[in-house]
Design a protein around this ligand. Sequence first.
Ligand code: K7E
Ligand code: CUA
Length: 654
Amino acid sequence: MKLSTLRNFLFASIGLLVIASCGNGGDGSKGALGGDDAASKVYVAPGEYDDFYAFLSGGFSGQVSVMGLPSGRLLKVIPVFSVDAEKAWGFNEETKPMLETSMGFLPWDDSHHPELSQTDGVPDGRWLFINANNTPRIARIDLTTFETVEIIELPNSGGNHSSPFTTENTEYVVAGTRFAVPVPQKDMPLNEYKGNFKGALSFVKVADDGKMDLAFQILMPGYDYDLAHSGKGVSHGWTFFTCYNTEESNTLMEVEASKHDKDFIAAVNWKLAEQIVAEGGYEEMPTSYRSNFYDEHTHTGTSTEIKTVKVIKPEDHPGLVYFLPTPKSPHGVDVNPTGEYIVGNGKLSAELTVHSFKKMLAAIENEDFEDEKYGIPVLSFDKVVAGVVKSTGLGPLHTEFDGKGNAYTTFFISSEVIKWKVGTWEVLDRAPCYYSVGHLMIPGGDSKKPWGKYMIALNKITKDRYLPTGPEMSQSAQLFDISGEKMKLLLDFPTVGEPHYAQGIAAEVIAKNSKKFYKLEDNKHAYAIKTEEEAKVVREGKDVHVYMTSIRSHFAPDNIEGIKVGDKVYFHVTNLEQDFDVPHGFAIMGMRNSELLIMPGQTETLLWEPKSIGVYPMYCTDFCSALHQEMQGYVRVSAKNSNTELKWWVGLDE
Ligand code: K7E
Ligand code: CUA
């Protein structure tokens, strides 16, 4: 199809879809509904647990939401890249360093791809990683506490999209830049993009305790690196990145970056990269990026600047990278459970191209190259392709697997999921989605051992599916039963933000490790106190430190005098409770940050700068006991030059 024809077709398809969706949400949309038993299949009785955890990215919300499957119930929103006034993330003194970058404190980002850690190619429930797309970073969430414990920045990148996909044993999480940029950054004319901008592929080493460390970067041509998946089983040791814009254009990309009939999947031999690094075949490049770490014992984040990065140039190291030609601006790249097949989802195509890892190795061995780009061999298309899925769907984006030899691919434009057989490439089933499906997720569906019972389709548009709530409806997930031959739609549920991607895992893998008791004696916070008797207020010039405790149902101290206008008052509140479900909140009138929500056994710090004299109430914000409403107190603020004595107390015998 000529480009202009293709574009018209795409627009017409979208038009039709919208028209089709305008009538009502009724009959027509029940297409694949699984009959009357659908309700009982998603019903999780009160007090009972879901079978699976699902972790959904928040897209432009920057966070991760945790939902139960099959119920679709929202269990928690974990703050990651955006500040969260409910949980004081980015507002209290302890978590501010977590959002520091080489460009300063950043209160927002765009998160797309959650990725569970794996052992032997199977999700192991230790950590969840997720990318920040706008200012390139990767976060790690500890799944014993469901807290973000680490964020590492990625230098030489712009738009961390093909990230953070893990290798088989979480040796690395990888990150490719979506936007090519000058490396190192410099002031240069934009129309000199071609040949001068670069695309960095980062390999972030994950230690046994989870700690992330940028091991090396591979400096690729200035294409857009869109998605990635690492090999497993037979292809362990390789990672595959899709690229579009091999045209190397920097303007009107919808036309200019859609000209080539084929773009590439870059196959990177990371085991060879490790060897190159070990033998010193890299350049140590000066740069600046942050590594932010949250210590679970001090409940405090620290931000450290790192000033160099090891960079490898593929043109200097034959065998490190090969390009697999792949039609039509591929978006997702997905590897089947055995690791033999690499699926390229050419988003402007009606067909899916599947490459064979075995054929790829043979083509490398025989030097079946059809071209070379910036010193990187392009393998002959015919020599690597394993098969083509002729689906008659349009706009394939992402593929997951059920572990029974089947694959499921989303088609954005024709708004459907297509089930096909790996190896024979025949289409087995198709189910409409409401509407415009992006990613899909089968728990473990990108691993060696999928739990192939449910699939959720993550939809971009929900027009007419829910009660209207003003402009922009919530995005949604649709849950399908995939245990039989045909996909059966069971449930629609709204999501938090835009869930680009999700990960799922059997509930018991995580639930059994969930931390239930937070020992006060493990609290190593610099301003922690362990008893009410230690409560005190200490003035150091204009800084005033309040060492405070909370327990059902009072603060100690709950009366403070001697604070002056212009002071910086730090409330260090230690929650003396230790059971996991008893947080206390803390807020004081006129504060310009957020409440504290202090978890059991922890200490959190609120900075308060009173601007005028008066008496300021403070209180607990979380309904913690029958006498929660009595959990309150006062701070007296005097003039700058007053002689009001510094005093504090709780109870009448001060
Ligand atoms: Cu939305 Cu993975 Cu960012 Cu596709 S990406 S849809
Ligand atoms: Cu403590 Cu309410």
